[in-house]
Every structure is written in structure tokens, then in C-alpha cells.
Design a protein around this ligand. Structure first.
Ligand code: ADP
Length: 401
């Protein structure tokens, strides 16, 4: 069975075509700068690889180009679109109602559009690509949507409610939604497999640390709390996002500098976090470099990051009543041994015992246990694979139709 996974952003479109019998990636790539100028990357399993500047005025032009690469020319992996059995779409925000992976119908697309205020940069592009697929693929192609917020719908109200007048929750759905759900659910399932344990009996804290970062408490395979909130800015500091900030500080800045709501939103989303604090870069590799050269602001940024990660792990361990596993995933979580070591310092008495040699020796792209033998809390590095998770969820629906 061939499954096509699509992940649209406001100016991007990532894609991956799987052969599910052996999980082989037949082709993958992405379109960038849609609506600005345009660039496509495409590669297939046989070593064909191309990067081309093309004019992409909209997602449709970009998507048609992807389909052309898949079906025509030297890099083609299928001869006809009917060889794609099903499509799995990633949607960032499912709002209150859209939770489980769902078969796409025009009503579902409308509902994704109705949720646009929750994720203005993504929702319309994602709904647009769903409509395109209904138009361009044969009617027999099964289409599924998987929601990044869906996994967190198991959070109890005490975790997702804010201390605001209740009617904002009732009227506008103001609450914590949590993000990176596809990633957290994938890595937690992988962790249970790696440990050869039933996921129902494990209490985990999953640290998805990338450009965007979130920490999630997972009890028995279910999300019970997440550091990201109503939007993807809450929680710990990220590449350019501030993480949690006392809102009164923001009102104060807005008054001092006469900032509009949009300017304030830009500031906490695009100019804060690691970039804003360090004044150097949003990329952690640059921060590490600067630290090695004695840059104090870089060192402070790293300390803040580690402090916040520790704080979430500790509080989530307490709300779950026990901690069995800490997971690290995404660009930074998978690759930065120094961050993992620094973040977990001082937690030995709580049973979090890192094996520093194993931690340093992790191999990129490989799953590994980096805790000391006998450590009561297992510490795992699990490469995330949101695309594969979407493909697996899609297959489940195809098989149960
Ligand atoms: P996104 O949230 O956009 O999916 P990723 O999960 O790919 O991002 O993470 C990207 C970030 O991961 C980079 O900005 C960088 O900070 C960090 N990163 C990637 N590779 C490494 C590495 N080898 N060492 C340290 N940090 C890394």
C-alpha cells in the first residue's frame, strides 16, 4: 500500500511517499517560498535528487510540480496517481472537536477552515491542499487528516483550563491545546516498544526540542499535560519563541514602546527565545559554539533552557505521581548530547541517572537508552518521525473503513 503524507505550511509544502509493506520512503521533499518565489526539493529511493527554483504563486502550482516529479521523468516512482492508495494530511490545529485521525470530507475541510483563528498561518493552507487532493486524485483515493493537537485531548480540565473568566472557554475555546502531538505520541509508542513494556503502565515525560519545543506528560500512553498552550509559544524557550512570559510584562512593554497586538505577537514569536536572549542565533549549534568561545549571554541562554526543561520534568513527574521514562526527540533533543547532560544535572537523587558516555555516543537517527544500568528512570533518545506516524494512522483508517 502506498501512502502519501502531506504537511502544508503557510509558504511550504512537505511531502513523503511511503511503501507501507516495508516502510520504504519511495520519494520525499518539499516546496518552499510558495507565494514569494519558489523552490522545490525532490529525491527518490533510487538516488535521484533535484533542487529547482520554480515560480510557485500558490500551493496548487507547487503541488502540481510535486505530482509531476512523482509520475514523470527520470525520478518518477509511480506511473499514475492511482498507485497512491491513500493520503495522510497533517493539520496543526483541530480545535475542540477534531481529535482523532478522520476521513476527509468537504465538511471536515470546512471545519478545519472554521478553526483558522487558532492557527492562522497554517489552517487555510492545509485546508487548501486537502481540497486540491480531492480535485486532483481519483475518487477512490482515501484521504485522512491527522491533528497535531489531537493527542492532547486526553488532558484533564485542571491541566487545560486557564484562570480566566469561564465564559472565554465556553465562547471562544480559550484553553491549553498542546502541540507536537503526532511526535509525542509516536516517540512514546516507540519508547514502550524499545523497553518491551506495555505503554499503559508507563509514566513518561517527552521532551520534543527543535525550533519549536514542547514537553509533554504521558501517563499510560495518554497526554495529561503539555507545556505548549493555546498557541505554540507557551512553555520553554525555543529558537525564536519566548516560552511562558508573565502577561503583565507584555502589557508593560506594549505601553512603553507603543506596540500593537500584532507587533507584540511578532516579538514573542519571531524575535525572542534563544535568538532574543543570546543575541546570536536561533540555532543551538551557534549557541554552543559561542559558549565554547566564552560568550556569557550564550551560556546564560543555555542555563535558562536547561532550567526550564528540568522544571517541567520535575513538575510532570509530580503530577503523575511517578516517573519511569524521560524521552528526548527532535533536532536538538536528538542531537545535542551537551544539552541533555546539562538539563538532567542534579536529578540523580530522583532516580534520573544519565550514562554520560552512552549519551555522547548516540548515533544520529538511531534510538538509544542513555541511562546508567539500573537507573530507576530510563532516559531515551528517540528520533521523531511524524510522517511515518501519519502514514500509520492513515493505514489504520484505510483498513477499518
Ligand atoms: P522544527 O521544530 O523546525 O521541526 P527541528 O526538530 O528540525 O526543527 O530542529 C531544528 C533545531 O535543532 C535547529 O535549529 C538546531 O537548534 C537543532 N539542531 C539540529 N541539529 C543539531 C545538532 N547536531 N546539534 C545541536 N543542535 C542541533
Amino acid at each position: 500500500m502506498n501512502i502519501f503524507v502531506l504537511n502544508a505550511g503557510s509558504s511550504s509544502l512537505k511531502y513523503r511517499l511511503y511503501r507501507m509493506e516495508d516502510h520504504m520512503v519511495l520519494a520525499e521533499g518539499g516546496c518552499e517560498r510558495i507565494g514569494i518565489d519558489g523552490r522545490i526539493k525532490y529525491k527518490n529511493h533510487a538516488g535521484f535528487s533535484v533542487r529547482e527554483d520554480v515560480s510557485f504563486p500558490d500551493h496548487e502550482t507547487a503541488f502540481r510540480k510535486v505530482l509531476a516529479y512523482l509520475t514523470e521523468g527520470d525520478g518518477a516512482v509511480i506511473s499514475d496517481l492511482s498507485e497512491i492508495n491513500a493520503i495522510g494530511h497533517r493539520v496543526v490545529h483541530g480545535g475542540v472537536r477534531l481529535v482523532h485521525p478522520t476521513r476527509i470530507t468537504p465538511d471536515i475541510i470546512r471545519e478545519v477552515e472554521d478553526n483558522r483563528d487558532f492557527a492562522p498561518l497554517h489552517s487555510m493552507a492545509q485546508a487548501g491542499v486537502m481540497r486540491l487532493c480531492l480535485k486532483l486524485f481519483p475518487a477512490s483515493t482515501f484521504e485522512v487528516v491527522v491533528f497535531d493537537t489531537g493527542f492532547h485531548q486526553t488532558m484533564p480540565p485542571e491541566a487545560y483550563m486557564f484562570g480566566l473568566p469561564y465564559h472565554y472557554y465556553k465562547d471562544y475555546g480559550i484553553r491549553r491545546y498542546g502541540f507536537h502531538g503526532i511526535s509525542h505520541s509516536y516517540v512514546s509508542e516507540r519508547a514502550a516498544k524499545l523497553l518491551d513494556r506495555d505503554i499503559n503502565g508507563i509514566k513518561m515525560v517527552s521532551c520534543h526540542l527543535g525550533n519549536g519545543s514542547s514537553i509533554c506528560a504521558i501517563d499510560g500512553g495518554k497526554s495529561v499535560d503539555c507545556s505548549m498552550g493555546f498557541g505554540p509559544v507557551d512553555g520553554i524557550i525555543m529558537g525564536t519563541r519566548s516560552g511562558q512570559v508573565d502577561p503583565t510584562a507584555l502589557f508593560y512593554i506594549a505601553k512603553k514602546e507603543n506596540l500593537t497586538v500584532d507587533q507584540l505577537s511578532d516579538m514573542i514569536s519571531k524575535h525572542s527565545g534563544v535568538l532574543g536572549l543570546s543575541g546570536i542565533s536561533s540555532d543551538d549549534r551557534d549557541i554552543e559554539d559561542a559558549m565554547l568561545h566564552g560568550n556569557k549571554q550564550a551560556a546564560l541562554t543555555r542555563r535558562i533552557q536547561c532550567y526550564q526543561i528540568r522544571k517541567y520534568i520535575g513538575s510532570y513527574a509530580f503530577i503523575m505521581g511517578r516517573l519511569d521514562v524521560i524521552l528526548f526527540t527532535a533536532g536538538l533533543g536528538e542531537n545535542s548530547a551537551s544539552l541533555r547532560e546539562a538539563a538532567l544535572q542534579g536529578m540523580e537523587n530522583y532516580g534520573v541517572q544519565l550514562d554520560t558516555e552512552k549519551n555522547k555516543a548516540t548515533i544520529r537517527g538511531k534510538e538509544g537508552d542513555i541511562s546508567k544500568d539500573g537507573s530507576p528512570v530510563r532516559i531515551l533518545v528517540i528520533p521523531t518521525n511524524e510522517e511515518l506516524k501519519i502514514a500509520l494512522d492513515t493505514v489504520k483508517l484505510v483498513e477499518n473503513r
